[in-house]
Design a binder for this molecule. Sequence first.
Ligand code: GFB
Length: 312
Amino acid sequence: MKRESSIFVAGHRGMVGSALVRALHAGGFENLILRDRSELDLTRQADVERFFATARPEYVLLAAAKVGGILANDSLPVQFIYDNLAIQTNVIDAAHRNGTRKLLFLGSSCVYPRLAPQPITEASLLTGPLEPTNEWYALAKIAGIKMCEAYRRQYGFNAISVMPTNLYGPEDNFDLTSSHVLPALLRKFHEAVERGSPTVEVWGSGAPRREFLHVDDLAAACLFLMERLDEAGWINVGAGTELTIAELARTLARVTGFRGEIRFDTSKPDGTPRKLLDSSRMRALGWAPSISLEDGVRSTYDWYRSRRRAGA
Ligand code: GFB
């Protein structure tokens, strides 16, 4: 991508999209095309076609998606499969037909089988049953990966797919019913300290293991891949380390200053027992994350508190 290239960041108001915009601005890319949902509904095919025919972006970063934590995934199967299939189908096809030079599609580590050997290599895709709590989302994302492959194979369209591990950072969703675990627990501990509550409830057994990557590291990885990767397939982007949900809870309690009791609510689902990506392909290309979990959590907590102070 050149500094003056036109780049459409789909989903620029979300956590990943806004991190991509920050990284692009920092890299001197100023010709960004951004549309919020009121201007362009990406689930409407005719609207997407009209937009692409006029804007004709040279590059597309497809970060628009219906996303959420374990409970949202489990309770809104239609939104997770329909919205994601519609958004990615419309955008990938319109990009191809309107002269886009390269498109980056964002998948998720939950595309891999529930019991994939750990760490999970790219070759694990479609080798076993999915985790039931997020299979609707996973199926849509698998279809997105395969669409990128199909457009490359049939039309030579330069579409690449990136599989990030569990992400966190500024602009994350802190709503307790739809968020992922890290923002949910930051908020629960923060509010417990504020209210002087003696206990905080953590869903599940605390035993599942997860890998967390700061979204600014993912954004840097995406821009790196826009320069370095032009081939079929999909590539994992992870931090390389994992911890249990109980360990994560203790880390977040420390950062927020919560000294009370952490209780595990085993009536809530655990989800996949373990999800650690093998990111050796990324490492071999020369990319590595730079934000430790401790630093990333502290800066995300600072962001969350300033948001609250601003009344957002
Ligand atoms: O982050 P999370 O919702 O998603 O949950 P997944 C991770 C683990 O944290 C699960 C536990 O074992 C949860 O039971 N957990 C503990 C909590 N307390 C909480 C809480 O207060 N809120 C939440 N949300 N979890 C997601 C998929 O799976 O992974 C998405 O649902 C996406 O589709 C994402 O792929 C990367 O890691 O289980």
